[in-house]
Each structure stands twice: as C-alpha cells, then as structure tokens.
Design a protein around this ligand. Structure first.
Ligand SMILES: *[C@@H]1O[C@H](CO)[C@@H](O)[C@H](O)[C@H]1NC(C)=O
Ligand SMILES: *[C@@H]1O[C@H](CO)[C@@H](O)[C@H](O)[C@H]1NC(C)=O
Ligand SMILES: CC(=O)N[C@H]1CO[C@H](CO)[C@@H](O)[C@@H]1O
Length: 504
C-alpha cells in the first residue's frame, strides 16, 4: 500500500513538472494492410501481437492516408507533405523513377540534425537517397525485398543491431520498421502464392523463417469484406492474405520484444499503421474508403495516457510528421504543414466536430496510371474530384493478375452473374465529381452531387478542397477545365484561366 502510494506520487511529480518519459520513436508500417486485425473487430483473422499492442494504446477509427499508393504514401509520412507538394507523384522504383523534389526535407534528415539516431529496416521505396538519409539502413537497396521485408527473423536481427548501436550512441532514436507483408507477389513470384504466403512457411521447397509460425485458415469459414465479390475465389484470396498477416503480426511482436530486451519499451513511443488499403478493386489506388482508411495504433510510455481506448478524431497520415517532431520537441519552420500533432489526443478526446476533415491527393501509381484525384472527407461525407474522369480508372499490374480481378474480368466478358455490389463499368467510369454519405452508403455508390438536398454541403466541401489545394500549392488546382498561370504578369496574382469548356 505504502509502496503504491509512493509510486503514484512519483508519477504525479513527473506529470506535474512536464517531464516526458518519451525518448525514442518506433514507427511500424505495414504494406497494403487494412483492418485485418482482431483489435479492429475482424472476427476471423488471428493477430494476438497487434491486439495486445492495441490494448495498451490509443486506437484510431478515422485515420486516412492522403495518397493511396505506396511511395506517395511513404513520402507523405516522412515529409508531412501531400504527393503534389513533395513531388513523389507515383512509385519510386527503377522504371517509374518518381522522387521527391530536391528541396524537400524528410524526418530522418531533420532528426539527424537534432542529434537523433535514425534507422530504417525493411521497405523504403522513397528517394532520392540524399533526401531520405537514415544513419542505419537495411532495405531493399541492400537485400532482396522478401529477405528484408518478409523474413521477420532477418528483420529482428537487424533491428537488434540498430538498437545496440542506438544504445551505444546514447542518443534518442527514430526507427522505421517497414514490413512488406501483406503485399501481393503473385505477378512476380506466383510459386510463393498470391501474397507470398507460402514463402518461408516450411512447406517443401519454400524454406523456413525460424520466428514465423504460420496460421492457416479454411477459406470456407471466412467472410469477404463488404466491397468485394462474395465468391470462392475471393475467399481463397482472403485466406492467403490472412496467412501472410500472421507473419506481419508475429513480426510486430518480435520487434516489440527487441525493444523490451533493451529496456526501450519504457521510453519509446510506438506507432503502427499501413501505407494504403488492401490490393483489391476499391482498395489500393482508390479514394473509396477501402483504399484510404488505415489502421492506426499509438502507444505512449507516459503515465496517465489513454489506453485501450478509441478515438474518433479525423486523422491523416500527414499528421505523423508533426507528431514525431513534437515527440522530439522540434519546432517545424520550413514549410507550412497541413497536418497536426496527435500527442494531445493521447490525454484527451476533443469534442467531435462534424466539420473536421482530411484531404487526399493522388496523381499516379505506376507511371502509366495517370488518374489524378483530389478528395476531402469529413467524418460522414466525402467529395472526390476525378480530374481525368473521361478516361477509364487504371488497373495496376499486380491487381490485374490477381484471381479476384481476373474473376471480375472473366464474368464481365462472359456476361455471367457476379455477387458484387459494383460492376466493372461503373468501376472504370467515374463522374468528375463524386459525393458520398459514408454513413448510409458505405459502398460509395450513390453519387449525391446532383441531389438538391446536398447542394449546399457539396459547394462548401468543394470550396474547402480548393482552399487546401491553394494552401499546398497544388499544380493541378485548375484542372481539368482551366490553365494555371502563375508567372509573368500573373506572378503576384496566379489565376485559373478557362479553356472554354462551357461554350463547347
Ligand atoms: C530467413 O532468415 C533466416 C536468418 O537469416 C534464414 O536462416 C532463413 O533461411 C531465411 N528464410 C528464407 C525463407 O529465406
Ligand atoms: C479467367 O479466364 C482465363 C482465360 O479464359 C482463365 O485462364 C482463368 O483461369 C480465368 N480466371 C478466373 C479467376 O476465372
Ligand atoms: C523541422 C525543421 O526543419 N526544423 C528546422 C528549423 O530551423 C532550424 C534552424 O535553421 C533547423 O536547424 C531545423 O532543422
């Protein structure tokens, strides 16, 4: 009793004098993961490690990425800037070769200047190198992506090395552990399964990953997510995705155990999220909710923070950058950021405001997939501007070869019935402006733009979206009906000049 009292008093002393216990930050990023997690009420998939992290953390129910594509999303996380402002318009690797602008500063670069020891283990997928320089890097630039992104034993050993060096340096650290799971791999190495779920599983010829105990699912017992066709083929894909998720989940558990074994669990701030939604039609590359709504779990070692609680705060992955700066008590001064620190949420839920919103900016995914979209989403309503609405919505390479998409394609071509709430035609052809009430229409099928009842709200959201494009200096802000003039005589007063569409 006495002991406990003393402990409480000491705890209060800490809080009262604003002495933070947080010294380090660990950012865990999954690849194309959605809400396949017990903590998010998925009743089939088993994710004991993520669930136990969630239990001592704050769980976000309204976290969104501003870009539904790998490199643009990761660049947004590390720069605090949306795709059109940081320059990472699409995928970073070889042929596509997208990079951020030379002037863009990233978290590792800023933190290194402030004496923080920085590291990344796993998938990096952003560049150029000078703009994202960590002190310690073990990524696809040094290993095959499976060995460094899916082999959780390897990842654990590299994380251990990093933590050892961090300890010896006596500096606070920022570590990104970026899993490649549960990304697809069927279009590259189909022998390993659609989600590389067989790779390292111990099956004959697949090798082993000593720390992974695969959890198998009988597809017949599963339910398909609301936005996918309810077929055997899709269920089999979900079973494979869940099997791969067990490698991600156990990987998360391993990394947290490494923190613990160094004693860093007591002073490390931990965030878990994913870059974009699952690789299914309506998911990744889309601004429909399945493409942008992300899991987010934040653990703080501070006393008196919210644990095992849910926040309804409208949160963007653009908020991660200011949050990490806040953790390290660094004031951002270079660029005007549209994100905000999330630290206040850990102590108190703010009153809900229906007008709170997050924004989205998508330009490319693969280099051929030029389908720029802009978006604003409040807790209930969403407005999407499809700038290239006259073209078909593009399909990426690994989605195309997936059994789910092939089935949609085959049944459409053969004019067969498919138990899907959408159809391929409406998937490809989208109105220039879309407005959805996500509360009554989670499938986002009923476009409310023409509804008189919603006219005022539509105009308001459209205006706010344009303001955000102005604030973030969006080169696409006059598209598709105007031309932005901003030099010469327009330098002081940039204008959208009409293309005359109205009169055609
Ligand atoms: C994963 O890494 C461990 C440790 O380096 C190694 O023993 C194992 O063979 C690797 N697994 C695969 C499937 O390559
Ligand atoms: C789709 O059709 C192709 C060509 O007929 C066939 O090879 C493939 O197995 C079909 N896939 C699905 C998922 O129905
Ligand atoms: C976040 C950030 O970029 N902070 C910078 C603010 O300005 C000082 C002084 O020029 C820099 O050292 C910081 O890196």
């Amino acid at each position: 009793m006495t002991l406990r009292l003393i402990w409480l008093v000491a705890g209060c002393f800490c809080l009262c004098y604003g002495e933070s216990k947080i010294r380090n930050t660990l950012l865990l990023v999954a690849d194309d993961a959605g809400f396949e997690m017990g903590a998010y009420a998925n009743k089939y998939v088993q994710t004991p490690n993520l669930d136990s992290l969630a239990k001592k953390s704050l769980i976000f129910n309204y976290a969104f990425t501003s870009a539904s594509s790998c490199s643009p999303s990761r660049a947004q996380i590390l720069t605090g800037l949306p795709s059109h402002q940081n320059g990472m318009y699409g995928l970073h690797q070889g042929v596509h070769h997208f990079n951020v602008f030379d002037s863009v500063k990233s978290l590792p670069n800023v933190l290194r200047e402030h004496n923080v020891f920085t590291g990344i283990v796993g998938k990096k997928h952003v560049g150029p190198t000078e703009n994202f320089k960590f002190d310690y890097e073990q990524t696809e630039e040094h290993h095959s992506i499976n060995q460094i992104g899916r082999n959780i034993t390897n990842m654990k050993l590299y994380v251990r090395k990093f933590l050892q060096q961090a300890k010896e340096s006596n500096k606070p650290f920022f570590l990104v552990v970026a899993f490649h799971d549960p990304h697809r791999c069927g279009h590259i190495t189909p022998q390993f399964g659609e989600f590389c779920e067989r790779w390292g599983s111990g099956e004959i010829g697949m090798g082993t990953i000593p720390d992974w105990r695969p959890i198998y699912y009988d597809w017949r017992n599963l339910e398909v997510p609301y936005y996918l066709p309810d077929t055997e083929i899709v269920k089999q894909e979900i079973a494979a995705q869940y099997l791969t998720t067990s490698r991600l989940d156990q990987g998360v558990g391993l990394m947290l155990k490494e923190l613990e074994s160094f004693g860093f669990d007591k002073d490390t701030f931990v965030m878990y999220t994913s870059d974009n939604g699952p690789p299914f039609p309506g998911g990744r590359t889309n601004f429909y909710d399945a493409g942008i709504k992300e899991p987010m779990i934040i653990f703080s070692p501070e006393n008196g923070v919210r644990r095992n609680q849910v926040t309804a705060s409208m949160t963007s992955l653009l908020d991660i950058y200011p949050t990490v700066l806040d953790v390290f008590k660094i004031t951002s001064n270079l660029t005007k950021l549209t994100g905000k620190t999330l630290l206040p949420l850990l102590t108190q839920e703010p009153p809900t405001n229906d007008e709170d919103a997050v924004f989205g900016s998508q330009n490319f995914h693969e280099v051929t997939m030029m389908y720029p979209m802009r978006m604003i989403r409040t807790r209930r309503f969403k407005v999407i501007h499809n700038l290239n609405h006259n073209s078909f919505f593009p399909i990426d390479q690994d989605l195309y070869t997936s059994p789910t998409f092939q089935e949609i394609l085959n049944t459409t071509i053969e004019k067969k019935y498919l138990p899907w709430a959408r159809d391929l035609k409406s998937y490809y052809l989208r109105d220039e402006w879309q407005m959805f009430d996500t509360k009554v229409d989670p499938m986002e099928k009923q476009n409310l733009v023409q509804k008189p009842k919603h006219k005022k709200l539509f105009e308001t959201l459209k205006g706010r979206l344009f303001d955000w494009q102005m604030d973030t200096n969006d080169p696409w802000r006059c598209s598709p009906h105007g031309v932005l003039e901003e030099t010469g005589i327009y330098k002081e007063n940039p204008q959208c000049l009409t293309l005359g569409h109205e009169s055609l």
